[in-house]
Design a binder for this molecule. Structure first.
Ligand code: MG
Ligand code: MG
Length: 627
């Protein structure tokens, strides 16, 4: 698959954009007109730089508002087009994007449109230029890719074809199956963008909220599958207008973009190989060869569970105290490193004192159980995940690690059927402080981990965890907090053995890269939360203090048994209930940027106590701002 990206996706100057695209490994780029118009580089400079960087200049865009106009306007439009064709020959470019008219069209007549587009095609032909005509979703008269294609057939000129843009097609819910019927020689270009499902006008949606494939909710693998089956083999190019990407670090965004195409390529191959809609059944279709070759990646299944969570701290006293009060047992120190292991049931927490000088406690790493750490690591690296190096002694387990977009280190660990981990043998003799078997924590596991994401890396993080770790993004929620709305994105495995919650902190809190005020947490599930809470209280645990107003509201909503309600209030427990079951949980006070949560899931309750999240945010905000 030939990969491409429009320069409008990125921040910076044209030169910076082109360099970032080359480093990220794109085959070619689309020159967005404004990037050229505002550049000090001459067309010849751009052409030479592209050649040096090994970048194809695959599409010049956009040319707007050509068709369906009065004769006077047509004359002006042809003059404008000729100027661009001359410019393109200096750039060494041969394909231009012409969008369906949104502004100046006054005549809704396909015969007239085709006649005017034929004049354009002939002019283009004289200059050796190909015109890719694209139906914009908000085009005045032409807003549907099949309509645009009918015009291509009417024009019937070798220099006139169509551009398929997934946003314009999927935002309107057009059926993508008919793409397979198009003549591949008439598909001159394919643009891909994903988007979250939003209900707003399609123009604003398109201009501000497009994201890279895998970061939104469009069925892009299916779209691409139809494109491949049509026989298209040209560039597949990202055209993503996004307010965040346009102000983020250009090199990082280019890598994020490239990752999205690598992922899309694999997903498209998977869709084609096994697709339920494959003509003549999956296996026959998978053997068929198409002109576009699709590369695949090392295959991984979703992780079986959390292997460990790691907290980094210089002064570990408060963390040790908290874990001990929650009922964790200290299993000892690592034999060669400044690292402690604490466990409760199957839940393992590492406290890492290495390279943490003056660092406030924070979540530094997560281990996931996978079938094969080597295969999972190969996949992540092919998806351009940065590798994390950890020093190990000869006889110690080598961890395959990658760095997530928020720089949390992700370790791919060898899972075992009984839930044990071989590396724990590297830890020395612990104190005689282990959880008694049969106690409330005997069956404890890590239930979920909640990580704060810097605003500029949020979409990148969603794609990272979906592509590298096969976690499935769930519909996102927005939680009110005193400092703004917190966007919350749950990513899970299909059996919910791994639950990761990515929170986009409000800007005021997200300045955490300097001073980490946004709080992150690790939640543990136990069988009996009330007993766990009582034991923790008896050990002196400082609970997050829940206001009395909350319990009054709880009673009004759920009509709880008075004794049970009193127990909840006495222990600062929170409660939720839905059609599937019940949820009890409590939070500890915060140390550095970390706090812990204990949860009990009753019945089939699958959520996170979302109605309680605003209470948690408000109380934490209050305690943070009290001093
Ligand atoms: Mg487009
Ligand atoms: Mg972190």
């Amino acid at each position: 698959m030939r990969t491409g990206i429009a320069t409008v996706c990125l921040s910076g100057t044209l030169k910076e954009k082109m360099q970032a695209c080359a480093i990220a490994g794109f085959d070619g780029i689309e020159i967005f007109e404004q990037d050229l118009v505002t550049s000090p580089l001459s067309p010849g400079d751009v052409r030479a730089m592209a050649a040096d960087l090994g970048l194809g200049l695959d599409l010049y865009q956009p040319f707007r508002d050509f068709d369906g106009v009065t004769p006077d306007l047509l004359k002006a439009n042809l003059r404008r087009a000729e100027a661009k064709f001359n410019l393109m020959s200096r750039l060494g470019m041969d394909t231009i994007l012409v969008c369906s008219n949104v502004a100046t069209a006054t005549i809704d007549d396909d015969a007239l449109r085709a006649a005017q587009l034929t004049e354009l095609a002939q002019l283009a032909g004289d200059h050796g230029i190909k015109v890719a005509y694209e139906a914009l979703a908000w085009g005045k008269y032409v807003n549907d890719y099949e309509h645009a294609y009918r015009l291509v057939e009417m024009v019937d000129h070798p220099n006139f074809g169509t551009c398929l843009d997934s946003f314009h097609i999927l935002s309107r819910d057009w059926d993508t199956a008919p793409i397979e019927m198009l003549n591949p020689e008439k598909i001159f270009f394919v643009q891909v963008a994903d988007a979250p499902k939003l209900s707003m006008d399609v123009l604003s949606w398109s201009r501000h909220y497009r994201v890279f494939p895998g970061e939104g909710q469009f069925e892009l693998a299916k779209f691409m599958g139809h494109v491949v089956r049509a026989g298209y083999s040209g560039p597949v190019s990202l055209e993503v207008f996004n307010d965040v990407f346009r102000q983020s670090d250009v090199d990082r965004t280019a890598v994020d973009a490239m990752r999205s195409l690598i992922w899309l390529e694999e997903q498209s191959a998977t869709w084609l190989a096994g697709g339920a809609e494959a003509a003549g059944g999956g296996s026959a279709a998978s053997r068929r060869r198409y002109p576009m070759e699709l590369a695949t990646l090392p295959k991984v299944s979703e992780p079986a569970g959390f292997n460990f969570a790691e907290v980094k701290a210089d002064d570990t006293a408060q963390l040790e105290k908290l874990l001990g009060q929650l009922g964790f047992g200290f299993e000892g120190r690592h034999r060669t490193k400044d690292v402690q292991l604490w466990t409760m049931g199957q839940a393992r927490v590492i406290i890492n004192e290495q390279a943490a000088s003056h660092a406030e406690p924070s979540i530094a790493a997560l281990g996931f159980d996978v079938d094969s750490p080597v295969i999972a690591s190969a996949r992540a690296q092919q998806l351009k995940a940065p590798v994390v190096a950890r020093k190990v002694q000869a006889d110690e387990e080598v961890f395959q690690g990658i760095s997530a977009p928020d720089s949390t280190e992700i370790f791919l660990c060898q899972g075992s059927p009984d839930g044990t981990a071989a590396w724990t043998r590297e830890f020395g003799e612990g104190l005689e402080h282990r959880t008694p078997s049969g106690g409330p924590g005997a069956a404890a596991v890590i239930d979920h981990v909640n990580l704060a994401q810097p605003w500029q890396h949020f979409d990148e993080a969603v794609l990272f965890y979906a592509s590298a770790l096969a976690l499935e993004p769930q519909p996102f929620a927005e939680v009110p907090s005193p400092s703004g709305l917190v966007r919350s994105q749950v990513m899970t495995t299909s059996d919910a053995a791994v639950r990761l919650v990515l929170n986009l902190a409000p800007v005021q809190q997200a300045r955490s890269e300097v001073r980490k005020t946004y709080q992150e947490h690790i939640a543990f599930a136990v069988d009996d939360l009330v007993a766990t809470a009582r034991a923790a209280r008896d050990r002196g645990l400082e609970f997050l203090q829940i206001p009395a107003n909350y319990y009054e509201d709880l009673d009004a909503r759920f009509d709880l048994e008075p004794g049970f309600l009193a127990t909840l209030q006495e222990l600062n427990l929170l409660y939720d209930r839905d059609a599937d079951g019940e949820f009890l949980h409590f939070y500890t006070a915060t140390v550095g940027s970390v706090f812990f949560e204990m949860v009990e899931r009753r019945g089939g309750y699958d959520g996170y106590g979302a109605p309680n999240a605003p209470v948690r945010h408000a109380v934490q905000y209050d305690s943070l701002h009290r001093t």
